[in-house]
Every structure is written in C-alpha cells, then in structure tokens.
Design a protein around this ligand. Structure first.
Ligand code: ACO
Length: 330
C-alpha cells in the first residue's frame, strides 16, 4: 500500500484592512521610505485594530480554506494553530477559541509556539497524524499580530512587521501532499529575538512597562546571519530527504522577513530568482502567517499549479527553523 500524504485541499488567507505605509512610519519614528525599502524590501504592512484578536484574522482565512476544501467545520478532527500572539495570555489556546468560533465541535485543538516558523511546525505535526492514519481532516493555521508586541518608538523593529493569517485544510491522498518536512532549532540564540518581560521568568513590572520590556527586542545582525544559513540548510535537508534536486522545484516560498535575507540565501544556493516568491513589500513580516499567505496568493496568481513541487521554509525566534516540500494538489 502506498504511503498516505497530507494533501492541502483548501487554502485561504486574510489581512486586516488598515495599511501603514513607510511614509506613515516616517511620521512616527526617525526613518525614511528609502531606508526601509533598501534594507528590507518592505513598502507597507497591514495592522489589526486594537480590539481585533488573532482569531479574528484567522476565522476569515479558515472560512475560505474550508470552502475551497468543500468541507464543513464539523468535518475537522484536529486544529493546529501556529501563533506566538494568542488572543489570551497563558490560556485558553487560540486553537480552542477558533474551534468555538467556526463550530468545529468534533476537533481537538492546540497551539504551537515557534514564532515565524509556526506554520511549518504546525504543518509538520499535522502531517504526521495524517500519514499514520490517526486523523483525516486537519486544519492548520498560521496567524500572528506582532503589531501588539512592538515598541512603536523603536525604528529598528517597528518597520519590519505586519499582521495577518493563513489557513490550510489537509486530507489524506496517495499522490499529492507534503512529501517531507524538516524542523530544527538553535536554542542558544533565544536571546537574539525576545520579549523580555511578561512571562514566568520575568513578570511584567511597572519599570518594565515604562521601559517597554513587554515588546520585541532584537539583535538584527545575529538574526540575519542565522536566517540566511537556516534557509539554505533546511531547504537542503528536506530536498535530500525527498531525494529531489532543487531544480525540480516550481516555486520556493521562504519566510517573508526581509528581501535581503531571501536574496542572500538564494544567491548562495544558486537558486534561480524567478522561482522565488516574495510579497513582503505589501505585508512586511507577518510571522507565522507569512508562508500560508504567500502559498494562497501564489496559487491564486497561477504561480502554483496541480502537480508542482513547492518548497517552503520558515525561520524565527527561538531560534527555530523548518522547511517542507509539497506536491501541490489543488
Ligand atoms: N530607519 C533608519 N535607520 C535605521 C532604522 C530605520 N528604520 N533601523 C535602524 N537604523 C539605523 C541604526 O540605528 C544604525 O544606525 P547607526 O549606524 O547610527 O547606529 C543603522 O541604521 C544600521 O543599523 P543596522 O542594524 O546595522 O542595519 P542593518 O543593515 O543590519 O539592518 C535590519 C537592520 C533590517 C533589522 C536587519 O538586521 C535585519 O533584517 N535583520 C533580521 C531581522 C528579522 O528578519 N527579524 C525577524 C525574524 S523572524 C521572527 O521570528 C520574528
């Protein structure tokens, strides 16, 4: 009997309406459109409203994915949500909030915390359950609202991120689906990208709040170095697992953090630029949402067709990384 693959039978994405351009940011901090575009490739990003939680972004993305999959929420047996910006601190999981919101009463639900690698980690977990026959219909979500954890006076971080959500519905198939995934972590780099206060190690204090210790602090140069290597290593590892050469990929979708990270990595790998997808100019770094958002757009634009081999690769805080090869099935 041939191996069961976790096939993506529906994909959807959603971004909040409000747009922040580089010009808007230049009115808030000491920066310019020219600096942001030349150092990151980002022109604008979408920012959620103050009372719009990450589940509010995820639900419209999920609705589109379920419609394409021709499934109802009650058909789902598992919901795995990659997010590092849940609706509520501590608990409940955003997976449970989503389960209630969409009426997926037959599904187990949990969150995966792997920052910008969240979707790849969640996809990899879901894939195991389908391959071993435990579940048939699984919803995988990548959604984040890092705008709520930014220091809007820190020009080194506030220009980089945007909010968004993406969702994929997986079901077993013998021909199409996730051929392999590869996950990794460099825990020794945890301090390079963190929110220092507000957790159990350092609960938020009044001084911490005044000094913005509840917002993202980043060593940009270290993260940049890590990211370029993570893209190359993880894509190489997952291609080797599938015994596929990089030339066989129809499209490569790396995490949309910074066009310079993408350009450095693909140049070093000798990968053709015209087969690399990038939409970060319009959305910035949407963390766990970036890969499903790009997969959805690339599919709608006709850049991915049924039978194509697609490479995906994420990297982020942790430091975490991961990659996958998908034989596209819709
Ligand atoms: N506008 C103008 N000047 C700025 C800005 C800004 N927005 N931000 C920083 N600068 C200044 C710095 O203060 C510095 O000035 P100085 O020389 O007077 O001290 C100068 O620009 C150079 O700063 P660098 O940090 O050296 O700039 P660099 O070229 O490294 O680019 C950047 C910074 C874009 C953050 C880059 O390091 C990067 O992209 N790193 C990776 C970040 C990333 O992708 N993070 C997300 C990971 S995924 C996740 O899990 C969240």
């Amino acid at each position: 009997m041939s191996k069961l693959l976790a096939n993506i039978i529906g994909i959807g994405s959603y971004i909040p309406e409000k747009v922040f351009t580089n010009q808007d940011l230049a009115r808030m901090v000491d920066t310019t459109d020219e600096w942001i575009v030349s150092r990151t490739g980002i022109k604008e990003r979408h920012i959620a409203e103050i009372n719009q939680g990450v589940s509010d972004l995820a639900v419209p993305a999920i609705t589109k994915a379920l419609t394409q999959a021709k499934l109802s929420a009650e058909d789902l047996e598992l919901i795995v949500v990659g997010t590092c910006s849940p609706d509520y601190p501590v608990f409940p999981s955003t997976g449970c909030v989503i389960q209630d919101r969409i009426g997926a009463k037959n599904a187990a639900a949990f969150d995966v915390s792997a920052a910008c690698s969240g979707f790849i980690y969640a996809l990899s977990i879901a894939t195991q359950y389908i391959e071993n026959g435990t579940y048939k219909n699984i919803l995988v979500v990548g959604a984040d609202e890092l705008s709520k954890s930014l220091n809007w006076q820190d020009r080194g971080t506030c220009v980089l991120f945007g909010d968004g959500a993406g969702a994929a519905v997986l079901a077993p198939d013998k021909t199409y689906g996730v051929l392999a995934t590869h996950l990794g972590a460099v825990g020794s780099g945890w301090k390079h990208l963190l929110v220092p206060e507000g957790g159990t190690k350092q609960p938020l204090t009044k001084a911490g709040l005044e000094n913005k210790k509840n917002t993202i602090q980043m060593n940009g140069k270290e993260v940049f170095r890590f990211a370029v290597k993570a893209v190359e290593d993880s894509l190489g590892a997952v291609l080797a697992k599938c015994n596929i050469k990089k030339e066989a990929l129809a499209l490569f979708i790396p995490h949309q953090a910074n066009i310079r990270i993408i350009d450095h990595a693909v140049k070093h790998m000798g990968f053709p630029k015209d087969k690399v997808y990038a939409n970060l100019d319009r959305y910035g770094n949407t963390s766990a949402a970036s890969i499903p958002l790009a997969l959805d757009e690339a599919h709608r634009e006709g850049r991915i067709k049924k039978g194509d081999l697609v490479g995906v690769c994420g990297f982020g805080a942790g430091l975490t990384y991961g990659a996958g090869i998908i034989k596209w099935g819709i």
